[in-house]
Design a protein around this ligand. Structure first.
Ligand code: SF4
Length: 266
């Protein structure tokens, strides 16, 4: 089960994304903790991503990182590229008026839920606050897609709700350190209209979650997405849900030419 100290459900942006994408998947993943078998390639990418995050955190804390860089050519190249593309982020302002913290953690209670966020880096002065996030996967998503991701919405929402900054003085920038060529960034400037919209959407989603959790206590499962939905294509729960996965459809459509079937990693 989810951690429920003092009766509050903790929820992260990842859980909100999953809940919105498919409530049944949320049920299987978080309430029943049914995890898919580890994918070694995926795990390796995650480990490298975590090492980059750790390195950036150590750097921000003023700890030496040279030995890590020397031992890992990939990290060295990402760090060099990032230092080249965004030197102002790596060089703290010398005015003593700027607050900087890596892995900055905040929580906000909404209804019976404790929303948690962790900013890779928060830089704030008396005028504005910038949330920064490092991404180590190769291709940046479309800006629209990233804008509607709960990480973007929740991260700026929580900062506006838990600080004195007006939404207009808050921004969030994703840095894609592994983009082809050189690191790229995608920046979002927040505003009051978006803040109101996020508040509404968040409350709707949490109201639904409360209803689904109540139903679940009475042995009713969370809703599934409609049959034929793309969300099922690469889902690990297709068998449980009696849905056809992308892999199965590929096999069905291309029979009997087995040689042409490429393995699709889930
Ligand atoms: S198979 Fe489809 S309906 Fe079932 S959990 Fe996955 S996405 Fe949801």
């Amino acid at each position: 089960m989810l951690s429920a100290s003092t009766q509050l459900f903790r929820l992260s942006q990842g859980q909100l994304n999953l809940l919105e994408a498919c409530p049944r998947k949320f049920q299987h993943t978080y309430l029943e903790q049914l995890n898919s078998p580890a994918n070694p390639e995926h795990e390796e990418r995650q480990t490298l991503g975590s090492r980059f995050h750790l390195l950036m955190q150590q750097r921000e804390m003023g700890l030496p990182i040279d030995s890590f860089l020397q031992a890992d050519a990939q990290l060295q190249s990402w760090m060099a590229g990032f230092a080249d593309a965004a030197p102002e982020i790596l060089t703290p302002a010398s005015d003593n008026q700027t607050f900087r913290e890596s892995e900055h953690y905040r929580t906000l209670q909404v209804q019976d839920y404790l929303l948690t966020v962790v900013y890779d880096l928060l830089i704030a002065n008396n005028q504005q606050a910038q949330i920064l996030d490092w991404k180590t996967y190769p291709k940046p998503p479309h800006k629209r897609k990233l804008e509607s991701n709960w990480q973007t919405r929740l991260y700026m929402y929580v900062l506006a709700e838990t600080s004195a900054y007006l939404p207009e003085n808050i921004s969030m920038t994703y840095w894609f350190v592994q983009s082809e060529g050189k690191p790229q960034n995608i920046k979002f400037n927040y505003n009051t209209t978006q803040h109101t919209k996020t508040a509404k959407k968040l409350n709707q989603l949490l109201n639904q979650l409360t209803d689904w959790l109540e139903d679940y206590q009475n042995n009713k499962e969370f809703p599934q997405v409609a049959p034929g939905s793309k969300t099922c294509d690469y889902c690990q729960f297709t068998q449980r849900c009696d849905r056809i996965s992308f892999t199965e459809e590929t096999v069905k459509d291309t029979l009997p030419n087995f040689d042409s079937i490429q393995e699709v990693s889930l």
